[in-house]
Write a protein that binds this ligand. Structure first.
Ligand code: MN
Length: 301
């Protein structure tokens, strides 16, 4: 099943290019704040499923292209992100650093970080670059995992029970030596969508292929089999530290091929069996600050 958020917090099921509105079944009030409807919907999904199947059979629908899509999960409890989770990407970052400062840095030994929930944007939104002179802002193509039920201390072999589904995710970042959370948390720096594909549609979590294109040219390509920390181990590591909640998002890490984007570019992410989306890149007017101009020479990262 493919689930969308649309039209100020409505929830829909995408079927054959059309959207069936099921907001009422989940007691979701469109337009209410905070927009937590999808979080509740995910938590209640097992009990809602028969009603959803009936809704697909009996309800009127709208054409997908006429529906204003939003970030599928708009107000999660947290976004957990795994850095340095493909070997080839670690190699290219080492070359960029020039000094081996991150040579010991990989997700299996370093763990994860958090990205601000407010950086989430959706499939109809632009990526808005802050006006930072001389800074590169990079795309990172990633598979997003949506957590389905609460859990702490999840064993890798039980992890599949906690995966609700998958979504396309871009982990946008200002390259530099400032705190990573700040560099990765500008508004629109976490595009997700176009929907959540539920986990039952994905046979093999280790064989999910993804590609990223900038202006039609392929820049990144990967398959989850090459992850350093696998999907089961990501859930185990994250839930060793914190309680995972329905609607939580895990950004699984980017493969090699990251690079800068600029105003006017179009970034496309394609994940086989999950979905795809094309996002324009624009330049905003807000976002500069003297912190970006401080001399960080010699600062360890
Ligand atoms: Mn990343």
């Amino acid at each position: 099943m493919k689930l969308v958020s649309f039209d100020s917090g409505r929830i829909g099921i995408v079927i054959d290019g059309r959207v069936v509105d099921v907001s009422d079944l989940a007691s979701v009030e469109p337009g209410s704040w905070p927009p937590v409807g999808m979080v509740r919907f995910v938590a209640d999904f097992p009990s809602l499923r028969p009603l959803l199947q009936e809704a697909i059979r009996t309800r009127a629908s709208r054409a997908l292209e006429e529906v204003p899509l939003e970030a599928p999960v708009q107000w999660p409890n947290k976004i957990i992100a795994f850095p340095a989770n493909y070997h080839a990407h670690i190699d290219e970052m080492k070359q960029g650093a020039g000094s081996g400062v991150i040579s010991k840095f990989k997700a299996s030994g370093q763990g994860f970080f958090l990205k601000a929930n407010s950086s989430l944007s959706g499939p109809a939104d632009s990526i808005v670059l802050p006006p930072l002179a001389g800074r590169e802002i990079h795309h990172e193509c990633e598979l997003g995992i949506v957590i389905g039920k609460r859990g702490r201390g999840i064993a890798p072999e039980d992890s599949r029970d906690y995966v609700f589904g998958f979504t396309c995710l871009l982990d946008m970042v200002v390259r530099g030596k400032e705190e990573r959370v700040m560099r990765k948390s500008y508004d629109t720096f976490c595009p997700t969508g176009p929907w959540i594909t539920t986990a039952d549609e994905i046979d093999d979590f280790d064989n999910i292929s993804m590609r990223l294109f900038v202006n039609g040219e392929e820049r990144q390509s990967a398959v989850t089999r090459d992850l350093i920390v696998s999907i089961p181990d990501m859930l185990a590591m994250a839930s060793a530290v914190m309680t995972l909640e329905p609607g939580d998002i895990i950004a699984t890490g980017t493969p090699a091929g990251v690079g800068p984007v600029k105003e006017g570019d179009v970034v496309e992410i394609v994940i086989d069996g999950v979905g795809s989306m094309k996002l324009p890149v624009t330049r905003g007017t807000v976002g500069d600050h003297p912190v970006w101009n401080e001399d960080k020479t010699g600062l360890a990262v």
